[in-house]
Design a protein around this ligand. Structure first.
Ligand code: DQQ
Length: 513
């Protein structure tokens, strides 16, 4: 539908048509990155969930492949749901996924490539004795899904974790042990549980190096590592994580700061973002994060435009040893291969220095006032996807505030409230505090792609993804502005802007169906 064609992104991954949701089983094999994804072959709304499949040599330019798995067995006839890949030391690939059965029971199934020597991994075989795990006693049969990548314990056997819920509101993750990926033992207790957080979907669990600039294989552990536990909260549709320590002897994980536990502390992304998943890229020794950007328009609009949802640009994940309290997320370096395009496709680096021009006073604005409310120290930042008359604009900004303790706390925010003149669109102000250390300037990097803005503050300590629907600020009419609404500071900004090319996504040379 040409009416909505400007909303299609130019360098983010999205299928040619129809509905997409969670990223599944990302992996690197024989020179190719593989992305599988929840897909409805028949419509632009959720249903008939099938595994779409695409490959790339650089995580930016993609080739669509035939579906990897379709819902065609009793144990997944209601959907081939989310799952994860494990690469075995002998080269085999184990894909575990949730099937919704003919009775809508959530079970875990095993699949593997028919031919490992095929770099494109076109054909997938479902294990004949599926399911390999059924919901354990005491677990609701529709609250048991999304197995993780396996990691190897000190005893040489594998472990996976699966999100669930207990007693109506306790979110948790169960641990299973296996040596062959076909038979599993449920371990006693849980990896972790947090009261009040509800059902945990798409749990992700991985090690990070405390000092080091490379990612770690999922089985790495011991001194010098911490573990990130991530859950997608079904109740709030937000991805939350915490950093902590994994005890190999008991298979329990403990957060460094219980006040910032999973689901009650940090978010992976403070914008429109869900069901994220990492994988270890053995070719570049890095951990790469995918995330799903859902729509915020109506189902009617999605059906009219014929497609729904986009994946984020893959992000490299590291532990932030400067703060010790958060991960860092940064777009993969390959994005720099896209050069010179148009102003709706930008990679922007901005740095701000502030100079006090009047006495400071205590103020308590966070992000909630958007970019409109003026205060002593902010807001200041950039207006993206704006038209010349400023009838449509999306401010991405910092707002430092003086706390009662005499310190400065900085908020990083994205204000979508004026992003579109369309009325049937959900527009929100997103944001969070972000650590800005004493020797640091305020820094942001923005990836702008027609209707998506991914915003990274302070080298990736906080990230906000915005889904916007401009009606005027499209193609050549989109502008970028700097703004400073602070009443008490002068702001000096340094900007570096790269126009990005389109990453053409190629169809596979034969029919998908
Ligand atoms: N999406 C899948 C589930 C998962 C949910 C179904 C999260 O496996 O829990 O499409 O978005």
């Amino acid at each position: 539908n040409a009416m909505f064609s400007w909303q299609r992104t130019a360098y983010h991954f999205q299928p040619q048509k129809n509905w997409m949701n969670d990223p599944d089983g990302p992996l690197f094999h024989k020179g190719w990155y593989h992305l599988f994804y929840q897909y409805n072959p028949d419509s632009a709304v959720w249903g008939n969930i099938t595994w779409g499949h695409a490959v790339s040599t650089d995580l930016i330019h993609w080739l669509y492949l035939p579906f990897a798995m379709i819902p065609d067995r009793w144990y997944d006839i209601n959907g081939v749901w989310t799952g994860s890949a494990t690469l075995l030391p002998d080269g085999r690939i184990m894909m575990l996924y949730t099937g919704s059965t003919n009775e809508s029971i959530q079970v875990q199934n095993l699949a593997y490539p028919a031919n490992l020597s095929d770099p494109l991994l076109i054909d997938w075989v479902k294990y004949p004795d599926n399911p390999v795990i059924v919901p354990p006693n005491g677990t609701e049969t529709d609250e048991f899904r999304d197995p993780t990548t396996a990691w190897m314990g000190p005893d040489g056997t594998w472990r996976i974790t699966i999100g669930s819920r207990y007693n109506k509101s306790v979110g948790l993750s169960l641990v299973y042990q296996t040596s062959n990926f076909t038979t599993y033992d449920l371990l006693e207790g849980v990896l972790h549980a947090v009261p009040g957080t509800g059902m945990w979907e798409c749990v992700d669990f991985y090690p990070v190096a405390i000092n080091g600039s490379t990612g770690l294989d999922s089985s790495a552990n011991g001194p010098g590592t911490k573990h990130v536990l991530k859950a997608s909260l079904d109740d709030t549709k937000r991805d939350h994580y915490a950093i902590g320590v994994y005890d190999l002897a008991t298979d329990k994980w403990t957060p460094d700061n219980p006040k910032e536990d999973v689901g009650i502390g940090l978010q992976v992304d403070y914008g429109r973002y869900y069901a994220s998943k990492t994988f270890y890229d053995q070719s570049k020794q890095r951990r790469v994060l995918w995330g799903w950007i859902n729509e915020t328009d109506t189902e009617t609009d999605d059906l009219a435009k014929g497609w729904a949802s986009v994946q984020t640009i893959p992000r490299e994940v590291l532990y932030d040893n400067k703060t010790g309290t958060n991960i860092l997320q940064w777009p993969v370096e390959e994005i720099e291969s896209l050069s010179i395009g148009q102003a709706t496709q930008l990679d922007i680096f901005a740095e701000f220095e502030i100079e006090m021009v009047s006495e400071t006073k205590h103020e308590k604005y966070g992000c909630s006032g958007g970019a409109v409310d003026r205060s002593h120290l902010g807001p200041f930042g950039l207006l993206v996807i704006a038209d010349q008359t400023l009838s449509e604009l999306t401010p991405i900004f910092f707002r430092p505030v003086n706390t009662t303790e005499g310190t400065v706390e900085t908020y990083f925010c994205a204000d979508e409230t004026r992003s579109s003149e369309a009325s049937d669109v959900y527009k929100q102000v997103y944001g969070s505090t972000v650590p800005v250390l004493t020797d640091e300037k305020f820094q942001m990097r923005l990836l702008v792609d027609h209707s998506i803005v991914e915003s990274f503050a302070q080298g990736g300590r906080r990230v906000i993804t915005s889904r916007v629907y401009p009606t005027k600020a499209i193609y050549g009419d989109a502008r970028l502005f700097l703004f400073n609404n602070a009443t008490g500071v002068k702001v000096k900004a340094t900007l570096k802007i790269w126009d990005l090319n389109s990453a053409f996504i190629h169809p596979f040379p034969f029919d998908q169906n």
